[in-house]
Design a protein around this ligand. Structure first.
Ligand SMILES: Cc1cc2nc3c(=O)[nH]c(=O)nc-3n(C[C@H](O)[C@H](O)[C@H](O)COP(=O)(O)OP(=O)(O)OC[C@H]3O[C@@H](n4cnc5c(N)ncnc54)[C@H](O)[C@@H]3O)c2cc1C
Length: 307
């Protein structure tokens, strides 16, 4: 079953999955499993020192806290060392904080973003969505300019390199968009990286869509490389994007066929969405199985969950 069949099936969106002009690695190659998930010294050396440490928590100064909207804050953190804070693609940092409601420590992952227009050495930029019932969210709400925050990292759960995949499907929910944005941005910025991207971003309301102008601009400027589908479970009247939840029918209309080599699906979002797509995690083996994507024929190797 070849690419042509896929094109027929994918209809209007087929241009993204068209056969590529140059050959790239088409399978999840054997070397990838042997590759260290920790950014290598040379990868980190290629960038100015970040002052981050993946083994221990470092206290850093909160330089500013900006209310982006009702439930999203932009936080600038001063990172010792003074270099531009740019993490290797697919890596993130961890924040440790104390939930003011339970007084218990909570640790969560966050992906710093690199705003295009500002280049302030030694500053890490975080965009954080705060959930009313969220333990880390409640801690984030307590942060004030001049205060401290504990950060560890970078951490990486998957190694990405140009040519590893032909097609990447990024499925995000709520605040899970930032790691997916990081992957998309790295591919878009590299003119030699011909990977095609389909980003499906699920939210409840239109106002919940994070980084929308950046995503729209990316899709408008690189229509052959990326397309974006916003799904809303509570869409406004006349909403042109996807409506409802990510079910089998939506996935079938958007994803390349599971048998097509060189495809991977990366997911980051709320636990319910991850369980439904990638299946619940077996506590012993730490492997997810039995989700919608498995039922559609995708193997565990083709599904990567940021968590
Ligand atoms: C690799 C990685 C990078 C991330 N980067 C960022 C980032 O840059 N900015 C950011 O804001 N978040 C990011 N997240 C999500 C973040 O780690 C937390 O999951 C999120 O802040 C909620 O934590 P909490 O303790 O406040 O909520 P919890 O106490 O864990 O959950 C509270 C409620 O929020 C819901 N919820 C939790 N996560 C989500 C979600 N993603 N979408 C919708 N509902 C959710 C839960 O279902 C629950 O109802 C990232 C996650 C990963 C795995």
């Amino acid at each position: 079953m070849g690419e042509n069949w896929a094109l027929g099936r994918l209809g209007a969106y087929a241009n993204i999955w068209e056969p590529r002009l140059s050959a790239q690695t088409t399978t999840l190659d054997a070397q990838s499993s042997a590759i260290s998930l920790i950014p290598t010294a040379s990868e980190m050396e290629a960038r100015p020192p970040t002052g981050l440490d993946r083994r221990r928590w470092i206290k850093m100064e909160v330089v500013s806290v900006l209310e982006i909207n009702d439930d999203v804050v932009g936080i600038q953190v001063s990172v010792p060392g003074g270099g531009k804070v740019e993490l290797p693609v697919t890596s993130h940092i961890m924040i440790r904080g104390r939930d003011p409601q339970t007084s218990k420590n909570v640790v969560r992952s966050f992906t710093p973003i690199i705003p295009d227009q500002v280049e302030c050495p030694g500053i890490m930029y975080l965009v954080i969505k705060c959930y009313a019932d969220g333990r880390m969210s409640r801690y984030i709400r307590t942060l004030r300019e001049g205060g401290e925050i504990e950060i560890k990292g970078p951490v990486r759960s998957l190694k990405y390199f140009k040519g590893k995949y032909q097609r990447i499907v990024l499925i995000g929910g709520g605040s899970g968009i930032t790691p997916l944005w990081q992957v998309a941005e790295a591919i878009i910025k590299d003119p030699e990286d011909e990977t095609r991207i389909c980003l499906i971003y699920q939210n409840r309301f239109e106002k919940d869509i994070l980084m929308r102008s950046e995503l729209d601009e990316m899709a408008a400027q690189h229509p052959k490389k990326i397309r974006v589908l916003y799904m809303l479970s509570k869409p406004p009247e006349g909403w042109p994007g996807g409506k409802g939840r990510l079910d089998r029918a939506v996935l079938q209309s958007q994803l390349p066929p599971a048998e097509l080599p060189g495809s991977v699906i990366m997911i980051c979002g709320p636990p319910g969405m991850i369980d439904s797509l990638a299946g619940p995690m077996d506590e012993e083996t730490r492997v997810r199985d039995g989700g919608l994507l498995h039922q559609m024929g995708f193997s565990g190797e083709q599904i990567h969950v940021f968590e």
